[in-house]
Design a protein around this ligand. Structure first.
Ligand SMILES: [Fe+2]
Ligand SMILES: [Fe+2]
Length: 264
C-alpha cells in the first residue's frame, strides 16, 4: 500500500502549489491514497468546507488537522459529519469531530489518526495514553498517524512508543521538512516533519515583513500568509507491506515552483 501524505497546506499559495504538483506526483508515484494536513489551508488558519472540497477534487482523499483546527467555525459541522477529516484525538471529546477515521484503500482498511503534541503547545490530553486507548479498538494493521507537534524530541519519542504498532508516524506543524526519515526498528515509518506547501521564502508560510515587524515590536500584529514568491510543496511517500502493514520505505518529496502572484 502506497500512501502519499502532503504536509501543512498554507493558504492559497499552498493550495496552488498542491494543484500544480499533485498531478505530476500522482503520475510519477501512483499512490493508492493521498492524505494532507489541512490545518492552515484557509488563509493560514483552519479549513472551510469549500476549501476542503477544492482540495478533495484534486485527488486528496482526506485531511488531518492540528492546533489551528478550530479557527474557522463554519468547518465545525464538517468535523462531525465528514469521515474524511480528523482532528487531534487528544483534544476534548466534547469538541466537534474525531481523532480516528478509516479509509478503504485497495482491499484494506487504513486507520488514520491525528494527534497533538504537548511540548510548547496548547494543553491536550496525553498523546501516548490516547493512542493506547484508540489502538485497542483498531482491527486493521494499517495505521497512519499525523503527530502534530513542535518539539522533535517529543516527536521521535512518541513515534518510538508506537513503533511496531503504527505503520507510519509523521510529524507536522513546524512546516520545515526534516532530513531524518527512517524506518524505526520494529517497522514504523517516521519523519520529524513532512514540511509545508506555500511560499518558500516566508516565515513557515507567513509574510516575512509582517512577521519581522511583530517580532521587532512585540505588538500583536495580525500575521498574514505570504502571497508572493516561489512555491514549495512537501510530502512523504510511504510504502507498506500489503499483508503486515509494516513500512517498507519512506521517501521525502520536496518540489519548488516558480514565482506566483497569488493573493491570499
Ligand atoms: Fe501548520
Ligand atoms: Fe500547527
Amino acid at each position: 500500500m502506497r500512501i502519499l501524505f502532503i504536509g501543512d497546506i498554507v493558504g492559497r499559495p499552498g493550495r496552488q502549489a498542491v494543484a500544480k504538483i499533485l498531478p505530476c506526483w500522482l503520475d510519477r508515484y501512483a499512490p493508492d491514497i493521498v492524505l494532507a494536513n489541512g490545518e492552515n489551508a484557509a488563509g493560514g488558519s483552519g479549513i472551510t468546507p469549500a476549501i476542503a472540497d477544492d482540495l478533495l477534487s484534486l485527488g486528496i482523499a482526506g485531511f488531518t488537522m492540528g492546533n489551528h483546527v478550530w479557527d474557522k467555525k463554519e468547518a465545525y459541522p464538517m468535523f462531525d459529519a465528514d469521515p474524511r477529516i480528523v482532528r487531534p484525538a487528544n483534544y476534548s471529546p466534547l469538541a466537534p469531530g474525531k481523532g480516528l477515521t478509516y479509509f478503504q484503500v485497495l482491499d484494506k482498511q487504513l486507520a488514520v489518526i491525528n494527534m497533538a503534541g504537548r511540548m510548547f503547545m496548547e494543553p491536550a490530553d496525553c498523546p501516548f495514553r490516547t493512542f493506547d486507548a484508540l489502538y485497542k479498538e483498531i482491527e486493521t494493521p494499517f495505521i497512519f498517524v499525523d503527530f502534530h507537534a513542535e518539539a522533535t524530541a517529543e516527536k521521535i519519542t512518541f513515534a518510538t512508543y508506537l513503533d511496531g504498532r503504527a505503520s507510519a508516524v509523521v510529524g507536522t506543524h513546524t512546516h520545515v521538512q526534516t532530513a531524518d526519515e527512517r524506518i524505526l526498528p520494529k517497522g514504523t515509518a517516521y519523519i520529524s516533519d513532512v514540511g509545508m506547501c506555500g511560499v518558500f521564502h516566508s516565515s513557515i508560510g507567513i509574510d516575512l515583513d509582517i512577521s519581522l515587524k511583530r517580532m521587532l515590536t512585540g505588538l500583536p500584529i495580525r500575521l498574514e500568509v505570504a502571497k508572493r514568491g516561489s512555491l514549495v510543496a512537501c510530502a512523504v511517500l510511504i510504502d507498506l507491506d500489503r499483508t503486515t502493514g509494516r513500512a517498507l520505505s519512506i521517501q521525502r518529496l520536496q518540489h519548488r515552483m516558480d514565482e506566483t502572484e497569488s493573493s491570499q
